[in-house]
Design a protein around this ligand. Structure first.
Ligand code: NAD
Ligand code: DAU
Length: 337
């Protein structure tokens, strides 16, 4: 029996991961450890809140006592999703990114050592590799060349993870994935922002010339990758995950607009993101070879299903837009302060 400490489980990918694992692995219990920042939403897991193998603990990874108290619940493994995750916010203020992504990771690594975890999985990102030119792919050997405060904080965390493996023999694995999309993604990221704006006939802001390229992967494929890395990844190794689906932002915007049946006149070209990375694309052959993993959701199916999900879940979107989602903790658990 494994008891996983899943950090950041109320966010987009963490909530999808928890739902997936509870549904598929009866031998695993999950402690969801989340600070409920603006990106954490208890509504993402309302359907499994009372699941017998699930427990929510409100806590901050930058607080050692919070982390140690959660670890003392019998944790055997850590899957670390919690992060400040939005590049634009890191350009506004990098402070929370260094605190959560670097200092928070250090706390978790110390706790992982103290409680002798069987496996520590660091959920990282392809953005630590920097930006590609017109050709080539990121492999696990690509040197780290982070360009934004967000990716620099994730790269710093990755280096700490590798140092704890090298120095202390901590059984760590790092995963680096490309751009995710799917249900429960906070509507600040391109796909949910554009879909939810267009649903209300509001304009969509395309940064710069819209020719930047991202490699899109459905969140379910990322979750099966993290699971495979946890179960079968070799300690000390890094595994890349990607969707083999490169698209320019403008092509993607046109696709979303067409699928929603809206006019292209809703596109607004706005000032470019500072330091905007031009292209990401992933070589995930190591994960395919060594973990037996493959991305399975076609972009066409995944995007159609994702748009349908946002259309069917307007109450979820409204809860975020009117900020009511920030009151769900008190409503569910009472005011514990
Ligand atoms: P998200 O922003 O949707 O969720 C982050 C979660 O972490 C939230 O629930 C938030 O409350 C929690 N959190 C933030 N600071 C915390 C703290 N100090 N203590 C405890 N909890 C805290 O993020 P996401 O998009 O689900 O990304 C999850 C992870 O995957 C991140 O580490 C991110 O770097 C990585 N990643 C994301 C993508 C992507 O496309 N979204 C791709 C590759 C990797
Ligand atoms: O590659 C993995 C990364 O993908 C993750 O590590 C990050 O956590 C995640 O946020 C994501 O980063 P991006 O910066 O690529 O995602 P975002 O959705 O913010 O932007 C995607 C592209 O769209 C990027 O080139 C910027 C552009 N964009 C974004 C927004 C929000 C726009 O043109 N307009 C927008 O309004």
């Amino acid at each position: 029996m494994s008891i996983l400490l899943v950090t950041g489980g109320c966010g987009f990918i963490g909530s999808n991961f928890i739902r997936h694992l509870l549904a598929t692995d009866p031998a695993t219990s999950i402690i969801n450890f989340d600070a409920l920042t603006y990106a954490g939403n208890l509504a993402n897991l309302v359907d499994i809140a009372k699941h017998p193998r699930y427990r929510f603990v409100k806590g901050d990874i930058t607080d050692r006592d919070n982390v140690r108290a959660a670890m003392a619940l019998g944790v055997t493994d850590i899957i670390h999703f919690a992060a400040e995750s939005h590049v634009d916010r890191s350009i506004q203020d990098s402070g929370p990114f260094v605190r959560t992504n670097v200092n928070g990771t250090q706390n978790l690594l110390d706790a992982a050592r103290e409680f002798s975890v069987k496996k520590y999985v660091q959920v990282s990102t392809d953005e630590v590799y920097g930006s590609l030119g017109a050709t080539g792919l990121f492999t696990e050997e690509t040197p780290l060349h982070a360009n934004s405060p967000y990716s620099a904080s994730k790269a710093g965390a990755d280096l700490l993870v590798q140092a704890y493996h090298h120095t202390f023999g901590l059984p760590t694995v790092i995963t680096r994935c490309s751009n995710n999309y799917g249900p429960f993604q906070f509507p600040e990221k391109l796909i949910p922002l554009f879909v939810t704006n267009l649903m209300r006939d509001e304009p969509v802001p395309v940064y710069g010339d819209g020719q930047q390229i991202r490699d899109w992967i459905h969140v379910h494929d990322h979750c099966t990758g993290v699971e495979a890395a946890w179960r079968n990844g070799t300690a000390g190794e890094v595994y890349n995950f990607g969707g083999k689906c490169e698209k320019t932002n403008l092509d993607l915007t046109h696709l979303i607009i067409d699928l929603l049946g809206k006019p292209r006149t809703l596109i607004r070209y706005v000032a470019d993101r500072l330091g905007h990375d031009r292209r990401y694309a992933i070589d995930c052959s190591k994960a395919e070879r060594e973990l037996g993993w493959q991305p399975k959701v076609s972009f066409e199916t995944g995007l159609n299903e994702t748009i349908a999900w946002y259309k069917a879940n307007s109450a979820w979107i409204d809860g975020i837009r009117n900020k009511e989602y920030m009151t769900y903790f008190e409503k569910q658990y009472g005011n514990l302060k």
